[in-house]
Design a protein around this ligand. Structure first.
Ligand code: ADP
Length: 252
């Protein structure tokens, strides 16, 4: 004859296991939904520039474009093709992060070298937008996947330039704090409303579709940042105020 009191620890354990299983099922279900929505969005996102390209090309083929307008149409085709290239690159990157994160080449990476590289490569776009980049920091090594780290931090600095105002600034800071390396990017650009702050890390989510399109955005940049952070067990902190600016930190 077993008393209920004696069974209680066992029942508690079963209860806890059930909750864990339910949570895992829920996570899998959510991951599946994200994947399904992603495939649907991918086809839509790829179709848009492709339709423009074939539309413009068809007009040119049928000689429906005046000779003096040909350079403009060719330019539009070129722009849409560039967009398509960025999209395909980002889609490949995020799919790799989804499926092959176990096979990524981890090594010791000096994040300061990565940051310098990025700022160098973004110098021209920032000048075009009349945004000044300030960099501060020194050598800070972490164990990670170099090209993913580059991609993550590049997307963050690139956004800080893209969603800035003319004459704005972007501050990029790399600091060591105890056992953490903290990357900070701060801008005094357009900012992000509170209700959008969670959503911007979703795949293909953009606050302002047309603005993002004009700036050449794919809507996948921050999703890559989020996945890259998970791969490196890093935490992302965001604070932003519309009209004032945005600060994003990645704590490695
Ligand atoms: P995109 O390719 O559109 O830039 P991201 O995934 O990088 O896609 O960013 C998603 C959205 O988050 C952007 O479309 C933009 O609306 C918003 N966003 C990202 N970074 C910033 C920033 N620094 N300031 C203001 N808005 C931002």
């Amino acid at each position: 004859h077993v008393e209920y009191e004696e069974l209680r620890p066992l029942l508690n354990r079963v209860d806890q296991q059930n909750r864990q299983i339910a949570q895992q099922v829920e996570e899998l279900r959510q991951a599946e939904t994200v994947r399904r929505e992603f495939s649907a969005n991918v086809s839509h996102e790829l179709k848009t520039p492709l339709m423009s390209i074939s539309g413009y090309a068809e007009l040119m083929k049928n000689e429906m474009v005046r000779p003096q307008d040909v350079p403009e149409f060719a330019g539009r085709i070129y722009d849409e093709a560039s967009r398509l290239t960025s999209l395909v690159q980002d889609i490949i990157e995020i799919s790799k992060l989804d499926e092959k994160s176990g096979e990524m080449p981890f090594e010791t990476v000096d994040l300061y070298e990565v940051v310098q590289d990025i700022c160098q490569n973004l110098m021209l776009p920032s000048k075009r937008k009349q945004v000044t980049i300030f960099t501060e920091g020194k050598s800070a090594e972490i164990y990670g996947v170099r090209h993913i780290l580059y991609e993550m931090l590049y997307n963050l600095v690139d956004n800080a330039i893209k969603y800035n105002k003319e004459g704005g600034y972007v501050k990029v800071l790399l600091a060591k704090e105890k056992e953490h390396v903290i990357f900070t990017v701060e801008d005094n650009g357009i900012g992000i409303a509170k209700e959008e702050q969670e959503r911007i890390f979703e795949r293909f989510y953009r606050v302002d579709k047309s603005h993002s399109r004009q700036t050449g955005g794919t809507g996948l940049g921050l999703a890559i940042v989020k996945h890259g952070a998970m791969l490196h067990h890093a935490e992302i902190l965001l604070s932003s105020e519309p009209g004032k600016g945005t600060k994003i930190q990645v704590q490695f």
